[in-house]
Design a protein around this ligand. Structure first.
Ligand code: FPP
Length: 244
């Protein structure tokens, strides 16, 4: 039986989040520069997005650029931003035809204006699509997001819009940039690192974690199937006892 056939389509994770790691190391192993690794990484983004859409997974969230990534050499940051713009220009039409909705989480204002324009155009073009919501985390970090949420909650409390007693988990979730997304059920990190790196810390309270040694440019359909099969073999109890 092929890997794809081993997937139980009635128990798919509804939201997969991915930390796409290892572009640089993959490129180095090929004797190429880091930017080549990112360019190949975009091919994995396309492959995995389309595979999720085909399987019927409604939410995919990719960590494309962290708040911490601003600390990389300026030439690499510029190359990543250019890659984002050129990829969006190339891919939006096809995303739209496949019923994929583009969404972003993160501090968009920190991105170069050309990126913001391209993202806004992509979001506007695809906003009615319902098959798969593809969220790109850009200039994103969880602590940034939670800090912003706390500031806004405090402002609203000062204005009398909310009372401190009303602050509960549901309300906090509504102030996060992921307010329109369900919590991820599966988080995948490539490249052998076993860290969360400031990604969706609030949202992954009960998420299953999957780590693979494959570098992101090597992460193909078969690797995604393996991750989903692994997820489906787990016993998700949410802190309760196993059902008999
Ligand atoms: C991690 O590899 C990857 C990134 C920091 C960026 C991911 C970006 C892309 C795949 C391309 C642009 C995205 C879109 C959505 C068009 P790394 O550089 O940290 O690898 P290393 O750990 O081996 O150095």
């Amino acid at each position: 039986m092929s890997l794809q056939q081993q997937i139980d389509l009635s128990r798919l994770p509804q939201h997969i989040a991915i930390i796409m790691d290892g572009n640089g190391r993959w490129a180095k192993a090929q004797g190429k520069n880091r930017v080549f690794g990112h360019t190949e990484g975009v091919k994995s983004v396309r492959r995995i997005t389309e595979t999720c859409a085909h399987l019927g997974i409604p939410y995919l969230t990719l960590y494309a650029f962290s708040t911490e990534n601003w600390g990389r050499p300026p030439a690499e940051v510029a190359a990543l931003m250019e890659l984002l713009v050129s990829s969006l220009r190339k891919e939006i039409k096809s995303l739209n035809e496949q019923g994929i909705r583009l969404n972003t989480i993160g501090d968009l204002q920190a991105l170069p204006p050309a990126c913001v324009r391209e993202l806004q155009a992509g979001i506007a073009t695809t906003h009615q699509n319902q098959r798969l919501t593809l969220s790109l985390a850009l200039s994103y970090s969880s602590r940034w997001e939670i800090t912003k949420a706390v500031q806004q909650i405090a402002r609203d409390a000062l204005k009398g819009k909310i009372h401190p007693n009303e602050i509960n988990e549901q309300l906090i979730s509504q102030y996060l940039t992921t307010h329109n997304l369900p919590d991820p059920e599966l988080l995948i990190r490539t490249s052998g690192e076993q860290r969360i790196s400031n990604y969706l810390l609030w949202q992954i309270a009960y998420t299953e974690l999957y780590f693979t040694d494959k570098y992101w440019p090597e992460f193909d359909e078969e690797e995604l199937y393996k991750a989903i099969i692994d997820y489906q073999q787990r016993d998700r109890r949410f802190g309760k006892l196993a059902t008999p």
